[in-house]
Write a protein that binds this ligand. Structure first.
Ligand code: BGC
Length: 376
């Protein structure tokens, strides 16, 4: 073949290959990227609508969550740090997986099958969020379990029998999935080799106007809960399930967080604001809408769906400006709110509450979905 002709043939073949490839319209793979994060790793999950979630295997922490506002501009809506060091040095559970037991166990004691167990007291006279070294402070092993539909990260942690005073070797798996429906889904699974108790949750602090941008008092919140669990002076539930009607705890219709937070209500005074467990109307057991939050400036909306019976609505009352977070921003009083889907606090000591006991042969499965949207 003359030289000129063979060049033309080559060029034609190239054009054909490229156009064939494009015409197949292969789905653009959803992406998960891994990068170093101090001595841990950071996994960045992205969807096709500009939502991006970054998670580290240290504490299973959701480090950042970028979500577009009503103009399409992305903003990071979770409080936290730029570096692993920040989380290690001082963190009020920013973004972390909390375990073995989310929230408080009275006096750090409970009995199971007639045997007494005692836990470290790390919150006055109570045990909080799993003790001195809870699941928020351990290294999880990570596995990319993405599908062609969605990037997904599976984290596994095996907690030894007796760790932090809890019985049984507990294997927990937490899977973060980011869908193109703008949902960050968290699936929990756990098994044990001895009877034990557990209450796993995620402790992200949200500010839908953007982390570090101010307090969250203008956010409008709806909680699908007609009752809440009032607390004693050390924030342990009294055992009562109290009607929210006629109290500042009624969020059955959307209400600004700040509208009633400073009322002279005994429960608000005890919590220093909202720091309580709401009893979801769904009763738990199947996925249902638990909360909806709207932020007027940005237009961002967060919906939380869960199959858990309760939700801890905490509004960062203990943030006091002493923490400098991402970009050196000062996190002041009530700069973030948490919606911790869960079983009720102190359930191991409250037989009338839904049980938090897990036995060998059973697999605990729970799911919480964070769904993002905008309103004009
Ligand atoms: C608790 C608060 C606590 C916070 C930890 C919340 O789940 O209810 O009382 O201060 O976690 O930062």
């Amino acid at each position: 073949m003359p030289r000129k002709l063979s060049w033309m043939a080559l060029a034609l073949a190239f054009i054909l290959t490229v156009s064939c490839r494009n015409s197949k319209k292969e789905p653009v793979m959803t992406a998960m990227k891994k990068q170093p994060f101090g001595t841990a790793d950071l996994y960045v999950l992205a969807n096709h609508n500009g939502v991006e979630a970054a998670i580290t295997n240290y504490g299973g922490i959701l480090v950042s969550l970028k979500v577009p506002d009503r103009t399409g501009a992305p903003g990071d809506i979770v409080l936290g740090y730029d570096t692993l060091d920040g989380y290690i040095k001082q963190s009020p559970y920013f973004g972390a997986i909390v375990g073995r037991y989310g929230n408080r166990i009275a006096k750090g004691r409970f009995a199971l099958n007639g045997k007494e167990y005692s836990l470290a007291l790390n919150d006055g006279e109570n045990s909080l969020h799993g003790g001195l070294k809870g699941f928020d402070k351990v290294m999880w092993s990570a596995r990319d379990v993405s599908t062609s539909q969605a990037p997904a990260l599976e984290l596994t942690y095996v907690s030894k029998d007796g760790e932090e005073g809890y019985p049984g070797t507990l294997t927990s798996k937490v899977t973060y999935t980011l869908t193109d429906a703008n949902e960050l889904r968290i699936d929990y699974a756990a098994t044990t080799d001895k009877d034990t108790v557990l209450n796993l949750t995620n402790h992200s602090y949200f500010n839908l106007a953007g982390e570090g941008s101010g307090d969250v008092l203008a956010h409008e919140v709806m909680l699908a809960a007609g009752k809440f669990t009032p607390v004693n002076a050390t924030l342990i539930p009294t055992g009562e399930l109290k009607d929210v009607k006629g109290t500042p705890f009624d969020f059955t219709t959307p209400t600004a967080i700040g509208a009633r937070v400073n009322e002279k209500d005994e429960q608000l005074i005890r919590g220093r604001g909202y720091d309580h467990n709401w009893v979801l109307d769904s009763g738990g057991g199947s996925l249902a809408l638990a909360a909806r939050v709207y932020e007027p400036k940005s237009g961002r909306v967060l919906e939380v769906l869960t199959d858990q019976p309760g939700i801890q609505f905490y509004i960062g009352n203990f943030l006091d400006g002493s923490i400098k977070g991402k970009g050196g921003k000062v996190y002041g009083h009530r700069y973030g709110f948490c919606l911790e889907t869960q079983h009720f606090p102190d359930s191991p000591n409250q037989p009338a509450f839904p049980s938090t006991v897990l036995r060998p042969g059973q697999t605990l499965r729970e799911v919480t979905v964070h769904k993002f949207a905008v309103e004009k």
